[in-house]
Design a protein around this ligand. Structure first.
Ligand SMILES: Nc1ncnc2c1ncn2[C@@H]1O[C@H](COP(=O)(O)OP(=O)(O)O)[C@@H](O)[C@H]1O
Ligand SMILES: [Mg+2]
Length: 490
């Protein structure tokens, strides 16, 4: 089995390295082409200059050359020689050397041979780069050799030719300079390119990295993440889609959790209801017979006053048990809603009438405000009344003598849905923060005589109406219950 080493290279590195390599190859190639052409041009230019110079020297010495005035030509060309013009050779029409400066005579292979054929025409020329190397220890010169034919006036036949050698030292320096300049340009260009690539890859890979991080977070179950990429391109669109997805996932998760909670609550209520109903039935019959027997004893008038007082205590006890059973059965009864259009204001008024005695007894100051022109809502009036009674009763029990209860009914709009809001506030002791989550639980009570079913029943009824109920309470300040009931108008 082959053991492959896997390198974990980031996308950014991969992208940068490949683009930079491509850039490098391209720069080298372009510079190489430019360099060759530039050098070529430099050589061409030198060749053209050389041809002109050769023609010029030939013209100057034409008369002396025709007369075979060896001394005249020799003197003239020796004067011409300088560090650029290395040598001048005149060949006769048989391609034999006629006259040359002293320096070149030592270089046999150049001096002895003309490069132009006898048939050379006006405008022909020969040029070649070569090294002047005697083979001994004398210095080696780099020259361009240029030869052009010489004609007599009005004659097409070649009379002879002139061959000159131009030093290549300065031209080499120029080529060197050109190369250096190109390398410099290439380097700067490459540097700019590399910086550009670094910036670009960062711009491209940064959002991708954010997306990847986001995906990892989502896979760990954190749906609250929002990726802030707002570029108008594919990655921007991807980020938008991603955010939309995590938003929906979050919503979905919340719904599932909510549904789960409700399911647990419903199951719990159902089993409590079931057991309660059973117990209530079992107790009701014997209790009725106990009650009847006590009644009979009273009617027979055989009891002493003391015995009557004892039996009265028993009767009070029985009343408490009966109330308890009534509430239990009430809680257990899962009845269908009897929906009809009702005015909430009337329901509240009815409840207040039923509470009047209790309120008066405690000297509670009750203020009720109802917004004008509220529509009727489709509710089960008996059940809503029971909710309101339960809450007012709790408030009444919570406040001190002379306490205050406010009822406020208004219409509000939440997410374009119209709702009736019933707010019942008191200035009682409030509910400790830690207990708030428990008050809607069945059988949760802090009262000696309490059963703890009032708010559990209220919650059940309001949820049956697709409404909601919440409590806002501050210890020492008071408690408010807020009920929202959907208000679907006809
Ligand atoms: N207005 C209120 N102020 C203070 N505590 C309240 C108020 N309403 C309800 N509670 C608390 O919630 C508990 C549960 O109320 P409830 O379900 O009606 O049962 P019960 O009234 O039988 O105790 C009460 O025992 C009380 O501790
Ligand atoms: Mg109560």
């Amino acid at each position: 089995m082959k053991n492959k080493i896997k390198w974990n290279v980031s996308l950014r590195t991969k992208l940068s390295v490949s683009v930079i390599l491509m850039l490098l190859a391209q720069t080298v190639f372009i510079l190489f082409v430019i360099q060759s052409r530039e050098v070529q041009a430099i050589y061409e230019e030198q060749k053209d200059k050389g041809i002109l110079l050769a023609k010029n020297i030939a013209q100057e010495n034409l008369q002396a050359f025709i007369r075979w005035d060896f001394e005249g030509v020799k003197e003239s060309i020796e004067r011409r020689i300088d560090e650029k013009l290395v040598y001048v050779i005149f060949y006769n029409r048989y391609n034999r050397p006629f006259v040359a400066n002293d320096f070149i005579i030592g270089y046999e292979d150049i001096y002895q041979f003309s490069n132009l054929p006898a048939s050379a025409k006006e405008g022909d020329s020969f040029s070649k780069s070569r090294k002047l190397d005697k083979g001994d220890n004398s210095p080696i010169f780099s020259v361009v050799e240029i030869e052009v034919p010489i004609f007599l006036p009005e004659s097409p036949v070649k009379w002879g030719s002139i061959n000159i050698g131009l030093s290549q030292d300065d031209i080499k320096a120029e080529v060197q300079k050109t190369r250096l300049l190109l390398v410099l340009i290439g380097f700067v260009g490459l540097l700019v390119g590399v910086l550009g690539v670094a910036w670009l890859t960062r711009k491209i890979t940064e959002p991708i990295k954010k997306l990847v991080d986001g995906t990892v977070k989502i896979s760990r179950g954190d749906f609250s993440l929002k990726i802030d990429i707002d570029s108008q391109d594919e990655i921007g669109n991807l980020a938008k889609g991603f955010n939309e997805m995590s938003r929906k996932l979050l919503l979905f998760k919340e719904r599932v959790e909510d549904a789960n909670k409700k399911l647990v609550q419903v199951e719990k209520l159902a089993s409590i209801g079931h057991i309660s109903a059973g117990i209530a039935h079992e107790i009701r019959n014997p209790l009725t017979s106990v009650k009847l027997n006590i009644q009979k004893l009273f009617e027979k008038n055989i009891l002493s006053e003391a015995e009557k007082a004892y039996l009265n205590i028993s009767r009070e006890g029985i009343a408490v048990i009966e109330k308890f059973i009534k509430e239990l059965l009430n809680f257990a009864r899962v009845s269908e809603l009897n929906l009809e259009y009702f005015s909430i204001e009337q329901i509240i008024e009815g409840s207040l009438k039923m509470m009047a005695d209790l309120l008066e007894l405690k000297e509670v100051k009750l203020e009720s405000y109802c917004q004008k022109g509220l529509p009727e809502v489709q509710v089960d009036a008996d059940k809503i009344r029971q909710v309101i009674l339960n809450i007012i009763q709790n408030s009444c029990e919570a406040v001190d003598k002379g306490g205050k209860i406010d009822i406020d009914v208004t219409r509000i709009s939440i997410q374009k849905e119209s709702k009736i809001k019933i707010k019942i506030s008191d200035n009682g002791p409030g509910i400790p923060e830690k207990d708030i989550k428990d008050i809607f639980e069945p059988f949760y009570t802090t009262k000696a005589q309490g059963i703890g079913l009032g708010l559990a029943i209220a919650l059940k009824i309001i949820e049956q109406h697709a409404g909601s109920i919440k409590v806002i309470s501050q210890k020492g300040v008071g408690t408010s219950f807020e009920i929202l009931i959907p208000c679907n108008e006809e």
